[in-house]
Design a protein around this ligand. Structure first.
Ligand code: FAD
Ligand code: N01
Length: 554
């Protein structure tokens, strides 16, 4: 992994002033840096990691793979990059996406403005100066006019605070902080906790190596086979020959992905037709299963037909009926936790070295020196894998001591859930943008599409401010409140709030139960953001350095 030279000499920047500080060197931070350079702004990027890639740097667990097709999960900002890069598979594996991120960093010479192995600990806004003061764990104390949080939605992995965690003497791993050198599970007795997307991808691969693996499941998940395959040359050419049109189309879809979306509801057709449609989607594979009908996330009856179809598939695949029944999710609608995509997940439970343990009513009691105790039984493991997810969307931001006007703490402002305007800015925190922040489409979309949309919009806004002598940009409380109401109302028109998911903050004890992403759709959201900009940044207050208001909120 190429290491940034500047990481060695962070001391020289200890008191530097930049136009822009970006926190995070994933796809969001990388593209933002590229755009800020185009504006001629001096920029510094910090990341805790030793290299670029964010999610794809950290999540190196076996089987890690994208659930958006490779031709779509990639940057669109450079036609040359689009043409020259070749993806080996239809759904890219983590090492290929990380290679791509490194290629982009090289191609656009991004590393010279990046400082790795550096965690931003605090960011305080100085009202008088109209600047942010940013402190890192390496002693840097820098200031910037613009602060961009490119910190990611799923970047703070969480191990539940199991009693006795420290007493366990075997190896522990979290899928979100996987060792770079990989892990050889050969001959090991492994415990896997969690059955979300990460576990669903990791299990089949680990099971091939391990002597035995015990999977502890609290909630079963719906998963669709990915049908991943080597990239077909003709398919690649089809995309590359008209990338501009494809990208333009993807930007206006519901979730940033071009996928054949039915114009019919599931309950509008007869049972035989429905089965045929689901069967075809199951055969072609991937998240597109949820687009089989246009009402699956709003109509409980329609949703149930899709859920039951998947349950039947599980019953056909898994030979032991009791295990199949445990794996078949029944008490929340399909798709309201992120739909999973797998390669041989359910099939893996037919292996003699794999055992499923239902812990819904009998949680893990404690970790012990040799393993763990659950349901009154002691299990011994050489390694325990936590696939227990993330403190999503707000967790990473709230771990940084962010203080806006009058030392207002973001954590306090958000104690009942995030409060943002468009998921991009929060009132009281001038000049601080959040790429794919809470209450934006973010995790409900092809995230590269959403990242590019945010970065481009923010770049235009910053350019507008720079051109017009604007010192601070900040949303009004009224606009923010209206967006919060809209975000919640939109979510409650769907079935999503019915699941205890991380979208609702339900996976973190004590986290407020509010729907975190914006579900109105990528295309709708983009049009709204564009309209706001065209109307002179409606809902934002822009102040000149002399405190005169340039554009008041409407
Ligand atoms: P990230 O990639 O999360 O990067 C954020 C960076 O900020 C990290 O490198 C982190 O170290 C750094 N950072 C955070 N806080 C600090 C701090 N205080 N100081 C310094 N650095 C900090 N999305 C899809 O669209 N399709 C998929 O198939 C898909 N698969 C995924 C699979 C996994 C396992 C996970 C976890 C996520 C997946 N996602 C997927 C979502 C994925 O996070 C986004 O697609 C995208 O990579 C996010 O890029 P980002 O730059 O916004 O954030
Ligand atoms: O995390 P998760 P993830 N005791 O939160 C269980 C993206 N992603 O890393 O459901 C026992 O989904 C928890 O149980 P429950 C994608 O957006 C994409 O798998 O809360 N179990 C659950 O089973 C995804 O949604 C891909 O009851 C405990 C699991 O741990 C997001 O990242 C691949 C527990 C956590 O599942 C997060 O996925 C990977 C406890 N105390 C990730 N605490 C693709 O395929 C938690 N669990 C593209």
């Amino acid at each position: 992994m190429p290491m940034d030279a500047s990481a060695q000499d962070s001391a020289k920047n200890t008191r530097a002033a930049f136009d822009v500080v970006i926190v995070g060197a994933g796809f969001g931070g990388m593209y933002m840096l590229h755009r800020m350079r185009q504006l001629g702004l001096s920029t510094r990027v910090y990341d805790t990691a030793t290299g670029v890639g964010g999610t794809w740097y950290w999540n190196r667990y076996p089987g890690a793979r994208c659930d958006i097709e490779s031709m779509q999960y990639s940057y669109s900002f450079s036609p040359e990059l689009e043409q020259e890069w070749r993806w080996p598979e239809t759904f890219s594996a983590q090492p290929d996406i990380l290679r791509y991120a490194n290629h982009v960093a090289d191609r656009f010479d991004l590393r010279r403005d990046m400082q790795f192995e550096t965690t931003v600990e605090s960011a305080h806004f100085d009202d008088a100066a109209g600047r942010w003061t940013v402190k890192t764990n390496r002693g840097d104390l820098v200031s910037a006019r613009w602060l961009i949080m490119a910190t990611g939605c799923l970047s703070t992995a969480r191990v539940p605070d199991f009693k006795g965690l420290e007493s366990y003497t075997g190896k522990t791993y979290h899928t979100g902080y996987w060792p770079h050198e990989g892990v050889d599970f050969t001959g090991m007795r492994v415990g896997l906790i969690g059955t979300g997307s990460s576990a669903i991808q990791a299990l089949p691969v680990i099971a091939e190596q391990a002597a035995h693996i015990t999977v502890f499941q609290r909630t079963p998940n719906y998963s669709i086979p990915s049908r991943n395959r080597p990239m077909d040359d003709a398919y690649e050419q089809h995309w590359k020959s008209s990338y501009r049109e494809h990208r333009a189309k993807a930007r206006m879809t519901r979730n940033g992905v071009i996928t054949p979306l039915s114009d019919k509801g599931a309950v509008e057709v007869d049972e035989a037709t429905r089965r045929e449609v689901f069967e075809a989607r199951w055969k072609s594979g991937g998240t597109t299963f949820m687009a089989a009908f246009n009402d699956l996330i709003v109509n409980a009856d329609s949703n149930e037909t899709a859920a039951e179809f998947v349950r039947q598939k599980i019953r056909q695949i898994v030979k032991d009926p009791a295990t199949a029944e445990l794996l078949a999710a029944k008490d929340y609608p399909i798709g309201t936790k992120r739909i999973c995509v797998d390669t041989d997940y359910f099939e893996t439970f037919n292996r003699p070295n794999v055992k499923l343990v239902d812990i819904r009513n009998a949680p893990v009691e404690e970790l012990t020196p040799k393993g763990l105790k659950q349901g009154g039984k002691d299990y011994e493991f050489d390694a325990i894998v936590f696939a227990t997810g993330f403190d999503a969307m707000t967790g990473t931001l709230e771990r940084i001591d962010i203080r806006g006007r009058d030392a207002l703490a973001l954590k306090d402002e958000w104690k009942d859930g995030p409060r943002t305007y468009l998921g991009m800015m929060s009132a009281g925190f001038p000049n601080m943008f959040m790429i794919t922040g809470p209450q934006s489409p973010s995790v409900l979309s092809n995230m590269i599409v959403s990242i590019e949309q945010h970065v481009d919009w923010m770049t235009d806004c910053i350019a507008h401010a720079e051109r017009n002598g604007v010192a601070t940009v900040e949303p009004t409380r009224e606009a923010q409140d209206a967006w919060n109401v809209h975000n919640t109302e939109t979510a409650y028109k769907t079935l999503y709030p019915k699941a205890a998911s991380w979208y609702m903050g339900a996976n973190i004890p004590g986290k407020p139960r509010v729907f975190l992403p914006y579900i109105g759709g990528v295309g709708v959201y983009r049009a709204k953001c564009d309209e706001i900009a065209a109307n002179g940044y409606e809902g934002f207050t822009m102040r000149r350095a002399d405190a005169g208001k340039l554009a008041a909120a409407k």
